[in-house]
Design a protein around this ligand. Structure first.
Ligand SMILES: Nc1ncnc2c1ncn2[C@@H]1O[C@H](COP(=O)(O)OP(=O)(O)OP(=O)(O)O)[C@@H](O)[C@H]1O
Ligand SMILES: [Mg+2]
Length: 590
């Protein structure tokens, strides 16, 4: 992605800070006061040095009393000068994380197929943390510095001859030129550094999730080397960035020193010409501090500024990602669903350009409350057919209807509320069992949760756990067995009570006892609901009313189990080969 042009970046940064505009205004007023008190001190010092001979001790005391007031003002305004930016930045960051997370929740499955988990997490955490600096330092400092610089400039112009402040003016111009040269380069560099960091996060988080597999293949050495390579390129990118930064800092910090010497030299010349006094020069050097401090600070922070702009670019890129599945402007609202499902000539491709189709003109109908099954070889497109029903993706061609209404005309919430999916691999979240089951209905009482677990044949093992339904389970349900995880997932469905059930049967076989429980639970769940199941084990399709055989994205056969067996086609072949496998396994148990 090409870096955004600066005006659009500024307006997009402003969006996040706009709700805090009154605090920002207050902060600016305080910054103005701080600038005034600093300049006031410089002006008083100058006057004292120029007039000390004509002052009485009493007058001196009175003046110092006045100066003390300035100091108190400086103390208070400096406190808020530091506190307000921190407050504003923290608020902006909170808002940005909240909005980005909510935005991520709206994005469709294709976004998550394109971006690795670690990369997404890295933008939400690392990048936003780095972008915080843009608000705490860059924007706010820029406003404050502009106030301080302009106040100081007005003071200098009004009370000093041009020759005295010309070097300062020159320095500011040179600074501007330097910034416009270095900043875009740093921004590009920093984007590269962050990109490398994102890759490291993705690489490492993926490896950590799959640590068991890596260890079982004794792949640690090779995996470690891959991570090393990533770290290496991050290191070199960082060094390139550091060189750029060092150069700018060196020039940027030496420049004010040079300017100061020039001011003194010119000052001496002006004193000799009797156009200025020593007091004027001393006062001017005090003002110089106020002018050069922001410039020096900018020089030392350019790398960070570049980094945070780079991070902001990456964050905005995610904000700009649009969900590919969107709701119709006007949704058809239905009071309830009876659960009649119809696919009409549905074709689909995962590729954006519609190339390499995964589904070809799929058509079928399911009457409310009846059950159908899809069977077919791995990669045939069975899971894809199901994903289209919940609108994780939209078909390229054709229509999917529920109760005669195109699902694209329903609200996503309504549609998904009425469809229950039991996925091929069960996903549980870290938390208690009850929390996981309540995903089906957040308002469910403990009694309802228990009933759902009962229906899913899960209560038997849950009661054995020390905390009952409040027992904690690890991330991804790692502390449960495969069969237990599936039963928790089914309990979730009982609580959700959808009209349509999709069951993508687990490919890995469970042990016989677990399998029996899961089957019983599923049997209870599907009664009275429209059920679309993907069967991997032929034992489970026996009592299904109608079966579709899918091969390479096409429905190649359909019928009842009896009809398909008699036809002796693809289904019969699949059935026979699975039976043969089972026969071998029972003769030579593994
Ligand atoms: N997110 C994706 N992006 C691109 N291609 C995909 C994606 N998901 C699946 N595919 C491809 O689509 C085809 C159908 O996959 P699908 O998951 O629907 O098969 P399946 O019939 O469910 O297989 P299995 O029985 O192994 O679960 C496969 O060739 C697969 O490689
Ligand atoms: Mg599948």
């Amino acid at each position: 992605m090409a870096p955004r042009n600066t005006p659009s970046l500024v307006s997009r940064l402003w969006v996040f800070i706009r709700p805090l505009k009154w605090i920002l205004l207050l902060a600016c007023i305080l910054a103005g006061m701080k600038a005034m008190s600093g300049l006031g001190l410089a002006a008083v010092s100058r006057w004292l040095l120029n007039n000390y001979q004509s002052l009485s001790t009493q007058e001196l005391f009175r003046i110092y009393g006045g100066i003390t007031l300035f100091l108190v003002l400086l103390l208070i305004t400096t406190y808020f000068r530091v506190y307000f930016p921190a407050y504003i930045a923290s608020s902006v960051i909170r808002r940005m994380r909240r909005q980005l997370y909510r935005h991520l929740q709206r994005l469709s499955a294709d976004f998550y197929a394109q971006h690795q988990t670690g990369e997404v997490v890295s933008r939400l955490t690392n990048d936003i943390t780095l972008a915080q600096l843009l608000y705490s330092n860059v924007i706010i400092n820029a406003i404050f510095d502009a106030i301080i610089l302009s106040t100081a400039a007005i003071y200098l112009v009004l009370s000093y001859p041009f020759a005295a402040y010309a070097p300062i003016l020159g320095t500011c111009i040179v600074y501007g030129v330097l910034m416009s040269f270095f900043l875009p380069r740093m921004r590009t560099r920093s984007r590269q550094v962050q990109e490398e960091m994102g890759k490291i996060t993705s690489e490492v988080s993926e490896k950590i999730v799959g640590m068991k597999v890596l260890q079982s293949f004794t792949h640690e050495e090779i995996a470690g080397n891959v991570v090393d390579e990533r770290l290496e390129s991050h290191f070199f990118e960082s060094l390139r960035m550091a060189r750029l930064q060092s150069l700018f800092s060196a020039v940027g910090q030496t420049l004010p020193e040079f300017a100061k010497l020039l001011v003194i030299a010119l000052g001496i010349y002006l004193i000799l010409q009797a156009r200025m006094t020593v007091g004027d020069i001393a006062g001017m050097i005090l003002v110089l501090g106020h002018i050069f401090f922001p410039l020096r600070r900018t020089a030392s922070m350019t790398a960070e500024i570049g980094t945070s702009i780079g991070s902001m670019d990456r964050i905005l890129e995610f904000f700009d990602a649009q969900p590919s599945v969107t709701e119709a402007a006007e949704v058809v609202s239905l009071p309830s669903l009876s659960g009649r499902v119809e696919y009409r000539n549905v074709s689909f491709s995962y590729a954006q350009d519609g190339e390499s189709r995964v589904l070809h003109r799929i058509s079928f109908e399911v009457e409310p409350g009846s059950q159908i099954a899809f069977v077919g070889p791995s990669g045939a497109g069975k899971s894809t057919i199901m994903d289209l029903l919940s609108r994780f993706y939209d078909p390229g061609e054709g229509q999917i209807l529920i109760d005669g209404v195109d699902i694209r005309e329903m609200s996503l919430e309504f549609l998904r509320k009425h469809i229950g999916i039991v996925m091929q691999d069960t996903i549980l979240f870290s938390g208690t069992i009850a929390e996981n089951v309540r995903l089906g209905n957040p308002e469910a009482t403990d009694a309802e949760v228990k009933e759902a677990l009962e229906n899913a044949y899960a209560m038997e093992f849950v009661t054995k756990m020390s905390g009952g339904i409040n027992s904690r389970i690890a991330e991804q349900g790692k502390t449960l067995s495969g069969g237990q995880r599936q039963r928790i997932a089914l309990a979730r469905m009982f609580l959700k009570d959808p009209r349509i059930i999709i069951l993508d049967e687990a490919t890995s076989a469970l042990d016989t006892e677990s399998e029996q429980y899961v089957q019983q639970a599923f049997h209870g769940l599907k009664s009275g609901r429209t059920t679309l199941m993907i069967a991997h084990h032929f034992a489970t399709v026996k009592d299904v009313e109608y079966i579709y055989v899918v091969e390479e994205g096409r429905i190649v056969e359909e019928g009842t189990m009896m009809e398909l067996m008699e036809a002796g086609g693809v289904f019969r072949n699949l059935y026979d080969s699975q039976s043969a496998m089972l026969a071998i396994e029972s003769t030579y148990p593994v």
